[in-house]
Design a protein around this ligand. Structure first.
Ligand code: DGJ
Length: 341
Protein backbone atom coordinates (compact mmCIF):
# COMPACT_ATOMS: atom_id res chain seq x y z
CA UNK A 1 0.00 0.00 0.00
CA UNK A 2 1.33 3.46 -0.90
CA UNK A 3 2.05 5.95 1.85
CA UNK A 4 -1.24 7.78 2.46
CA UNK A 5 -1.30 11.56 2.46
CA UNK A 6 -2.95 12.99 5.58
CA UNK A 7 -6.38 14.39 5.07
CA UNK A 8 -8.51 16.18 7.70
CA UNK A 9 -10.95 13.24 7.54
CA UNK A 10 -8.14 10.74 8.22
CA UNK A 11 -6.73 12.90 11.06
CA UNK A 12 -10.19 12.96 12.66
CA UNK A 13 -10.40 9.17 12.40
CA UNK A 14 -6.85 8.85 13.78
CA UNK A 15 -7.79 10.93 16.81
CA UNK A 16 -10.77 8.69 17.52
CA UNK A 17 -8.57 5.62 17.08
CA UNK A 18 -5.96 7.09 19.42
CA UNK A 19 -8.59 7.66 22.09
CA UNK A 20 -9.85 4.09 21.67
CA UNK A 21 -6.29 2.77 21.99
CA UNK A 22 -5.45 4.77 25.10
CA UNK A 23 -6.71 2.12 27.55
CA UNK A 24 -4.53 -0.42 25.71
CA UNK A 25 -1.46 1.75 26.33
CA UNK A 26 -2.45 2.13 29.95
CA UNK A 27 -2.57 -1.67 30.20
CA UNK A 28 1.15 -1.69 29.44
CA UNK A 29 1.41 -1.68 25.65
CA UNK A 30 4.40 0.44 24.61
CA UNK A 31 4.00 3.43 22.30
CA UNK A 32 5.53 3.22 18.85
CA UNK A 33 9.33 3.10 18.82
CA UNK A 34 12.13 1.33 17.02
CA UNK A 35 13.28 -1.66 19.06
CA UNK A 36 16.72 -2.83 17.87
CA UNK A 37 17.17 -6.58 17.56
CA UNK A 38 13.44 -7.34 17.59
CA UNK A 39 11.31 -8.11 14.55
CA UNK A 40 10.29 -4.87 12.84
CA UNK A 41 6.94 -4.72 11.11
CA UNK A 42 5.52 -2.22 8.66
CA UNK A 43 2.23 -0.46 9.31
CA UNK A 44 0.35 -3.43 7.82
CA UNK A 45 2.06 -5.65 10.45
CA UNK A 46 4.15 -7.50 7.85
CA UNK A 47 7.85 -8.07 8.64
CA UNK A 48 10.01 -5.38 7.02
CA UNK A 49 11.83 -7.12 4.19
CA UNK A 50 14.74 -4.73 3.42
CA UNK A 51 18.25 -5.88 4.26
CA UNK A 52 21.76 -4.48 3.78
CA UNK A 53 20.18 -1.27 2.66
CA UNK A 54 20.19 2.48 3.08
CA UNK A 55 17.87 5.39 3.82
CA UNK A 56 17.50 8.71 2.00
CA UNK A 57 15.33 11.72 2.81
CA UNK A 58 13.48 13.43 -0.03
CA UNK A 59 10.72 16.04 0.11
CA UNK A 60 9.50 15.21 3.60
CA UNK A 61 9.78 11.42 3.47
CA UNK A 62 12.40 8.88 4.43
CA UNK A 63 12.88 6.13 1.82
CA UNK A 64 14.40 2.86 3.01
CA UNK A 65 15.76 0.62 0.24
CA UNK A 66 16.98 -2.89 1.08
CA UNK A 67 17.39 -6.32 -0.41
CA UNK A 68 14.17 -8.33 -0.51
CA UNK A 69 14.86 -11.82 0.82
CA UNK A 70 12.72 -14.65 -0.53
CA UNK A 71 10.97 -16.56 2.23
CA UNK A 72 12.11 -20.17 2.60
CA UNK A 73 15.44 -19.78 0.79
CA UNK A 74 18.93 -19.55 2.30
CA UNK A 75 21.93 -17.52 1.18
CA UNK A 76 23.34 -20.79 -0.24
CA UNK A 77 20.25 -21.29 -2.36
CA UNK A 78 20.11 -17.59 -3.36
CA UNK A 79 17.47 -15.72 -1.43
CA UNK A 80 17.70 -12.33 -3.17
CA UNK A 81 14.62 -11.07 -4.98
CA UNK A 82 15.54 -7.43 -5.71
CA UNK A 83 15.05 -4.10 -3.96
CA UNK A 84 12.14 -3.56 -1.58
CA UNK A 85 11.21 0.01 -0.63
CA UNK A 86 9.52 1.34 2.50
CA UNK A 87 8.62 4.97 3.21
CA UNK A 88 8.07 6.85 6.46
CA UNK A 89 7.52 10.37 7.74
CA UNK A 90 8.81 9.62 11.23
CA UNK A 91 11.27 6.66 10.96
CA UNK A 92 8.92 4.50 13.05
CA UNK A 93 5.81 3.90 10.92
CA UNK A 94 7.05 2.32 7.68
CA UNK A 95 4.73 1.94 4.70
CA UNK A 96 5.47 -0.77 2.14
CA UNK A 97 6.04 0.82 -1.27
CA UNK A 98 6.69 -2.51 -2.99
CA UNK A 99 9.53 -3.80 -5.13
CA UNK A 100 11.40 -1.10 -7.07
CA UNK A 101 13.82 -3.46 -8.86
CA UNK A 102 13.29 -7.17 -9.48
CA UNK A 103 15.71 -9.95 -10.35
CA UNK A 104 13.32 -11.28 -12.93
CA UNK A 105 15.33 -11.22 -16.17
CA UNK A 106 15.95 -14.38 -18.16
CA UNK A 107 19.12 -16.34 -17.48
CA UNK A 108 21.13 -14.43 -20.14
CA UNK A 109 20.62 -11.21 -18.21
CA UNK A 110 22.53 -9.84 -15.22
CA UNK A 111 19.47 -9.45 -12.99
CA UNK A 112 18.14 -12.97 -13.01
CA UNK A 113 17.17 -15.48 -10.37
CA UNK A 114 20.06 -16.91 -8.38
CA UNK A 115 22.37 -13.98 -8.99
CA UNK A 116 23.82 -12.66 -5.74
CA UNK A 117 22.47 -9.19 -4.99
CA UNK A 118 23.51 -7.26 -1.91
CA UNK A 119 23.71 -3.89 -0.15
CA UNK A 120 21.58 -1.56 -2.32
CA UNK A 121 22.21 2.17 -1.84
CA UNK A 122 20.52 5.16 -3.50
CA UNK A 123 22.05 8.58 -4.25
CA UNK A 124 20.28 11.59 -5.76
CA UNK A 125 21.96 13.15 -8.81
CA UNK A 126 21.03 16.83 -8.69
CA UNK A 127 21.69 17.85 -12.30
CA UNK A 128 19.66 15.05 -13.93
CA UNK A 129 17.18 14.75 -11.03
CA UNK A 130 17.71 11.00 -11.20
CA UNK A 131 17.90 8.63 -8.27
CA UNK A 132 20.85 6.30 -8.82
CA UNK A 133 20.81 2.86 -7.23
CA UNK A 134 24.03 0.89 -6.65
CA UNK A 135 24.35 -2.69 -5.48
CA UNK A 136 26.81 -5.56 -5.15
CA UNK A 137 26.26 -8.05 -7.93
CA UNK A 138 27.70 -11.53 -8.45
CA UNK A 139 26.49 -13.14 -11.66
CA UNK A 140 24.38 -16.27 -11.59
CA UNK A 141 26.47 -19.41 -11.69
CA UNK A 142 29.81 -17.58 -11.37
CA UNK A 143 30.41 -17.76 -7.61
CA UNK A 144 31.73 -14.76 -5.69
CA UNK A 145 35.25 -14.39 -7.09
CA UNK A 146 34.38 -11.43 -9.35
CA UNK A 147 32.30 -8.71 -7.69
CA UNK A 148 30.50 -6.15 -9.85
CA UNK A 149 28.71 -2.93 -8.91
CA UNK A 150 25.29 -2.79 -10.55
CA UNK A 151 23.76 0.59 -11.45
CA UNK A 152 20.07 1.39 -11.96
CA UNK A 153 18.26 4.72 -12.22
CA UNK A 154 14.82 6.17 -11.66
CA UNK A 155 13.24 9.60 -12.02
CA UNK A 156 11.34 8.99 -8.79
CA UNK A 157 12.48 7.84 -5.34
CA UNK A 158 9.60 5.36 -5.49
CA UNK A 159 10.99 3.71 -8.61
CA UNK A 160 10.73 1.66 -10.65
CA UNK A 161 14.50 1.58 -11.15
CA UNK A 162 15.79 0.66 -14.60
CA UNK A 163 18.97 -1.40 -14.70
CA UNK A 164 21.66 0.44 -16.68
CA UNK A 165 24.86 -1.61 -16.44
CA UNK A 166 27.48 -3.09 -14.12
CA UNK A 167 31.12 -2.15 -13.61
CA UNK A 168 34.24 -3.57 -12.03
CA UNK A 169 35.55 -1.11 -9.44
CA UNK A 170 38.97 -0.84 -7.85
CA UNK A 171 40.80 -1.07 -11.21
CA UNK A 172 40.77 -4.79 -10.54
CA UNK A 173 39.68 -7.56 -12.92
CA UNK A 174 38.03 -9.15 -9.90
CA UNK A 175 36.24 -5.93 -8.91
CA UNK A 176 35.17 -5.08 -5.40
CA UNK A 177 32.99 -6.13 -2.46
CA UNK A 178 31.09 -4.15 0.18
CA UNK A 179 30.96 -0.43 -0.52
CA UNK A 180 29.71 3.01 0.44
CA UNK A 181 28.77 5.73 -2.04
CA UNK A 182 29.64 9.06 -0.44
CA UNK A 183 28.31 12.32 -1.93
CA UNK A 184 30.41 15.27 -0.83
CA UNK A 185 29.12 18.81 -0.24
CA UNK A 186 30.03 19.88 -3.79
CA UNK A 187 28.15 16.94 -5.34
CA UNK A 188 31.23 14.83 -6.12
CA UNK A 189 30.48 11.15 -5.57
CA UNK A 190 32.99 8.58 -4.31
CA UNK A 191 32.96 4.78 -4.26
CA UNK A 192 34.68 3.51 -1.10
CA UNK A 193 35.10 -0.23 -1.18
CA UNK A 194 37.09 -3.34 -0.42
CA UNK A 195 39.10 -4.43 -3.49
CA UNK A 196 39.27 -8.01 -4.69
CA UNK A 197 41.25 -10.15 -4.32
CA UNK A 198 43.69 -8.39 -1.95
CA UNK A 199 40.98 -6.85 0.30
CA UNK A 200 42.70 -3.45 0.39
CA UNK A 201 40.27 -0.63 1.21
CA UNK A 202 40.19 1.77 -1.75
CA UNK A 203 38.41 4.87 -3.05
CA UNK A 204 37.52 5.98 -6.56
CA UNK A 205 35.74 9.13 -7.70
CA UNK A 206 32.66 8.64 -9.88
CA UNK A 207 32.03 10.50 -13.14
CA UNK A 208 29.91 13.64 -13.03
CA UNK A 209 26.90 11.59 -14.18
CA UNK A 210 27.52 9.11 -11.29
CA UNK A 211 27.16 6.13 -13.64
CA UNK A 212 30.77 4.90 -13.80
CA UNK A 213 34.08 5.49 -11.99
CA UNK A 214 36.02 8.47 -13.37
CA UNK A 215 39.50 7.98 -12.04
CA UNK A 216 41.90 5.38 -10.81
CA UNK A 217 41.24 4.05 -7.34
CA UNK A 218 43.73 4.66 -4.53
CA UNK A 219 44.19 2.93 -1.20
CA UNK A 220 42.66 4.79 1.78
CA UNK A 221 45.61 5.35 4.08
CA UNK A 222 45.01 4.14 7.64
CA UNK A 223 42.09 1.80 6.85
CA UNK A 224 43.23 -1.79 7.37
CA UNK A 225 42.75 -4.53 4.80
CA UNK A 226 39.60 -6.65 5.14
CA UNK A 227 37.45 -3.68 6.14
CA UNK A 228 33.90 -4.39 4.97
CA UNK A 229 30.40 -2.96 5.37
CA UNK A 230 31.48 0.72 5.20
CA UNK A 231 29.11 3.60 5.97
CA UNK A 232 30.51 7.12 5.46
CA UNK A 233 29.27 10.55 6.54
CA UNK A 234 30.66 14.07 6.84
CA UNK A 235 30.13 15.94 10.07
CA UNK A 236 31.49 19.39 10.89
CA UNK A 237 34.02 19.12 8.06
CA UNK A 238 35.34 15.72 9.12
CA UNK A 239 34.65 12.37 7.41
CA UNK A 240 33.55 9.48 9.61
CA UNK A 241 33.39 5.82 8.68
CA UNK A 242 31.73 2.90 10.44
CA UNK A 243 32.67 -0.56 9.16
CA UNK A 244 33.19 -4.23 10.02
CA UNK A 245 35.82 -6.90 9.63
CA UNK A 246 35.56 -9.67 7.07
CA UNK A 247 33.88 -12.88 8.22
CA UNK A 248 31.21 -13.54 5.58
CA UNK A 249 27.70 -13.39 7.04
CA UNK A 250 28.96 -13.95 10.60
CA UNK A 251 29.27 -10.92 12.88
CA UNK A 252 32.60 -9.50 14.05
CA UNK A 253 33.72 -6.34 15.88
CA UNK A 254 32.76 -2.98 14.36
CA UNK A 255 35.44 -0.48 13.33
CA UNK A 256 35.34 3.32 13.20
CA UNK A 257 37.61 5.89 11.60
CA UNK A 258 37.74 9.61 10.88
CA UNK A 259 39.72 11.77 8.48
CA UNK A 260 39.89 15.24 6.99
CA UNK A 261 40.34 13.77 3.49
CA UNK A 262 38.55 10.75 2.02
CA UNK A 263 41.83 9.23 0.84
CA UNK A 264 43.16 9.52 4.38
CA UNK A 265 45.09 9.31 6.49
CA UNK A 266 42.16 7.84 8.45
CA UNK A 267 42.49 7.75 12.23
CA UNK A 268 41.37 4.46 13.76
CA UNK A 269 38.97 5.08 16.68
CA UNK A 270 38.35 1.39 17.39
CA UNK A 271 35.04 -0.27 18.14
CA UNK A 272 32.27 2.30 18.79
CA UNK A 273 29.84 -0.23 20.31
CA UNK A 274 29.18 -0.72 24.04
CA UNK A 275 26.59 -2.75 25.92
CA UNK A 276 24.70 -5.95 25.17
CA UNK A 277 21.82 -6.87 22.91
CA UNK A 278 19.56 -8.65 25.41
CA UNK A 279 17.81 -10.59 22.65
CA UNK A 280 20.90 -12.62 21.73
CA UNK A 281 23.33 -11.80 24.54
CA UNK A 282 25.90 -10.39 22.09
CA UNK A 283 27.97 -7.29 22.86
CA UNK A 284 30.57 -5.13 21.12
CA UNK A 285 32.92 -7.98 20.19
CA UNK A 286 30.25 -9.14 17.74
CA UNK A 287 28.49 -5.79 17.11
CA UNK A 288 25.34 -6.97 18.95
CA UNK A 289 25.16 -9.78 16.38
CA UNK A 290 25.00 -7.27 13.52
CA UNK A 291 26.99 -5.75 10.68
CA UNK A 292 26.91 -2.11 9.60
CA UNK A 293 25.13 -1.08 6.44
CA UNK A 294 24.44 2.67 6.54
CA UNK A 295 24.40 5.92 8.50
CA UNK A 296 21.85 8.66 7.91
CA UNK A 297 21.10 12.05 9.39
CA UNK A 298 17.81 12.75 11.14
CA UNK A 299 16.17 15.68 9.37
CA UNK A 300 15.28 18.69 11.48
CA UNK A 301 17.74 17.82 14.24
CA UNK A 302 21.04 19.66 14.24
CA UNK A 303 23.41 16.76 14.89
CA UNK A 304 21.45 13.49 15.07
CA UNK A 305 22.73 10.44 13.18
CA UNK A 306 21.48 6.87 13.07
CA UNK A 307 23.72 3.87 12.44
CA UNK A 308 21.99 0.94 10.75
CA UNK A 309 23.10 -2.67 11.21
CA UNK A 310 21.72 -5.99 9.96
CA UNK A 311 21.58 -9.10 12.08
CA UNK A 312 22.16 -11.51 9.20
CA UNK A 313 20.59 -14.95 9.24
CA UNK A 314 22.24 -16.70 6.29
CA UNK A 315 20.22 -19.90 6.78
CA UNK A 316 16.93 -17.96 6.83
CA UNK A 317 17.67 -14.46 5.50
CA UNK A 318 13.96 -13.61 5.50
CA UNK A 319 14.23 -13.65 9.32
CA UNK A 320 17.20 -11.24 9.45
CA UNK A 321 16.72 -8.42 11.95
CA UNK A 322 17.49 -4.72 12.18
CA UNK A 323 19.49 -2.71 14.70
CA UNK A 324 19.34 1.08 14.35
CA UNK A 325 21.08 3.11 17.04
CA UNK A 326 21.89 6.81 17.54
CA UNK A 327 25.53 7.86 17.23
CA UNK A 328 27.19 10.29 19.58
CA UNK A 329 30.47 12.04 18.84
CA UNK A 330 31.61 13.00 22.33
CA UNK A 331 35.32 13.06 23.09
CA UNK A 332 36.44 13.06 19.47
CA UNK A 333 35.26 9.55 18.69
CA UNK A 334 32.14 7.81 17.46
CA UNK A 335 30.07 6.00 20.11
CA UNK A 336 27.12 3.69 19.33
CA UNK A 337 25.99 2.20 22.65
CA UNK A 338 23.17 -0.35 22.77
CA UNK A 339 19.67 0.93 23.45
CA UNK A 340 16.55 -1.16 23.88
CA UNK A 341 14.57 1.45 21.99
C1 DGJ B 1 30.33 -9.87 3.72
C2 DGJ B 1 29.38 -8.75 3.56
O1 DGJ B 1 29.73 -7.77 4.48
C3 DGJ B 1 27.97 -9.19 3.74
O2 DGJ B 1 27.11 -8.14 3.56
C4 DGJ B 1 27.70 -10.27 2.79
O3 DGJ B 1 27.85 -9.77 1.49
C5 DGJ B 1 28.66 -11.40 3.02
N1 DGJ B 1 30.01 -10.92 2.84
C6 DGJ B 1 28.44 -12.56 2.12
O4 DGJ B 1 29.35 -13.57 2.42
Amino acid sequence: MRLPVNSPRRSWRCSVLAVLLLPLLAEGAQPAALRPGQLWRDVARNPINAHGGGVIFHQGLYYWYGTHKIEGLSEKTHADGGVHLYASRDLVAWHDQGMVLRLDGDENQDLTHECNFDRPKVVYHDASRQFVLYFKLYLRGHGTRVGFVGVATSASPSGPFIYRHKFLGGNSPEGTGDFAMFKDDNGDLYHLTVRKPDKAFVIGKMREDYLLPADRYVVCAGVPEKTEAPAVIKREGRYWMLASGSTGWAPNAARSFSATSLVGPWTDHGNPCAGVNPHNGLGPELTYGGQSTYIFKVEGASDAWIACFDINKPDHPYDSLHVWLPISFDGGRMAIPWRDQ
